[in-house]
Design a protein around this ligand. Structure first.
Ligand SMILES: Nc1ncnc2c1ncn2[C@@H]1O[C@H](COP(=O)(O)OP(=O)(O)OP(=O)(O)O)[C@@H](O)[C@H]1O
Ligand SMILES: [Mg+2]
Length: 256
């Protein structure tokens, strides 16, 4: 699969959603969280997803990452169609190819920080690359907290464990649901800088949900969601251009 980048060169597609819809509930409680969304995430590209609360950002990431089922449409990771996989195959694909930083960190309370970071690899029976693990732990500034359990860590520290866990196994795609939402601006900038460097230098693919125009400016591209639909896209974003675009949505009553 290839797509044409802004520079006109063909880039491989790391993940693709086609006409993806997700409906929750029935009757009065029916919510269309995603309404025929089609989007490509290019390999070695850093994409930010933005949009008002409830616009479907988390749902989109969960469906594309194979963490949640969808109502119709299709999702591909590389050349693999998720809908064609059995549960076991899906679990394996998730484990081998995807790193996820959850909006709620999803750490196991009985494990230490280090055990949480290496858990996905332990489950998969894979040995962590020690040097890389040290680099990641150093980058997120957790060296002094590796033996602590989540309840003994601050919110920001727990988020950094979640970031390190997603990076540790060098997945093909990292999905982050507000990965810097609980960090102070300096730690946030460090994590974002690291994510961007891993895209530039290692060809890592990153997809990140954020509400913060400054965080979005680290990305190569911003995709805007409203009411379960993609309503706009911005290449080479700056904090100002993102903010400008957000203001225009608000002025139009969120484009609906
Ligand atoms: N398990 C669920 N059951 C019913 N409705 C749900 C469920 N999960 C999400 N929704 C609804 O789907 C819509 C999209 O939710 P989603 O969590 O994707 O939004 P979001 O853009 O990530 O918002 P936020 O910025 O607040 O995290 C919302 O209207 C939400 O209420
Ligand atoms: Mg969300």
């Amino acid at each position: 699969m290839t797509t044409t980048s802004i520079a006109g060169r063909a880039t491989a597609v790391a993940a693709r959603a086609t006409d993806l819809s997700k409906v929750y509930g029935q009757g009065e409680t029916r919510v269309i969280a995603l309404d025929r969304v089609s989007v490509d995430f290019g390999q070695a590209e850093f994409t930010a997803i933005m949009g008002p609360s409830g616009s479907g950002k988390s749902t989109l990431m969960h469906c594309v990452a194979g963490l949640d089922s969808f109502s119709s449409g299709s999702v591909r990771i590389g050349d693999t169609e998720l809908g064609s996989l059995k549960d076991k195959q899906l679990t394996k694909l998730r484990r081998d190819k995807i790193g996820f930083i959850f909006q709620a960190f999803n750490l196991l309370p009985t494990l230490t920080a280090l055990e949480n970071i290496t858990l996905p690899m332990d489950i998969a029976g894979r040995k962590p690359d020690k040097q890389w693990l040290d680099t990641v732990i150093e980058m997120v500034g957790l060296s002094g907290r590796l033996g602590h359990r989540p309840s003994q860590l601050s919110g920001g520290q727990q988020q950094r464990v979640a970031v390190a866990r997603a990076l540790a196994s060098k997945p093909e795609i990292i999905f982050g649901d507000e990965p810097t939402g609980n960090l102070d601006s300096r730690s946030g900038a460090e994590v974002l800088g690291f994510l961007r460097n891993s895209v530039r230098e290692l060809g890592q693919t990153v997809v990140m949900v954020t509400h913060d125009p400054v965080a979005a400016a680290y990305a190569d591209r911003v995709v805007f969601l409203a009411d379960g639909r993609i309503v706009d896209e911005l290449r080479a974003p700056t904090a100002d251009s993102v903010l400008d675009r957000m203001k225009r949505f608000d002025a139009k009553g969120r484009t609906s």
